[in-house]
Design a protein. Structure first.
Length: 150
């Protein structure tokens, strides 16, 4: 796991931090996973809150989330290859879930998980809620976490 004293996780409020999130997403999704740029940049960023993780000032993880119809939707969770295996992804999800739990009208957290990451999300309490589908030519399944229970 990651040493909490060595990194900072926050909701993005500055343009430079949003640019760092977008750069991480480009590296992970477009460069590493061959997601077409026009699918990665979907126009929804202005409607979302963005989360950035830094380790000694270096961006090492990002995600975005939004609220609609009593649900929180977690999207674009990414950790660059060199930073994986340190618990950063789990910390991002736990941070976002805590934000969602603080919203009285948010009943459920939802996400579309790449199938290779399903076990990761299950360890964090998420349950599969759909059949497999392709998103950007990558197999996914929708997952949900009930926020009304502890």
């Amino acid at each position: 796991m990651i040493d909490d004293s060595s990194f900072d996780i926050q909701i993005v409020t500055e343009p430079d931090d949003l640019e760092a999130c977008l750069a991480l997403r480009y590296d992970v999704f477009v460069t590493e996973q061959d997601v077409p740029l026009d699918e990665e940049v979907d126009g929804d960023d202005p409607n979302c809150a963005h989360v950035l993780v830094r380790d000694a000032g270096t961006p090492i993880g990002a995600a975005r989330f939004k609220y609609a119809n009593g649900a929180g939707k977690i999207q674009r969770v990414c950790v660059p290859h060199a930073a994986r295996g340190r618990g950063i992804g789990a910390h991002i999800i736990q941070f976002i879930v805590a934000q969602m739990r603080a919203q009285p009208d948010c009943q459920v957290a939802k996400l579309g998980a790449q199938t290779h990451a399903i076990a990761f999300y299950e360890r964090l309490g998420f349950e599969i809620s759909s059949e497999e589908y392709l998103d950007a030519n990558i197999p996914h399944k929708d997952m949900e976490l009930d926020l009304t229970t502890s």
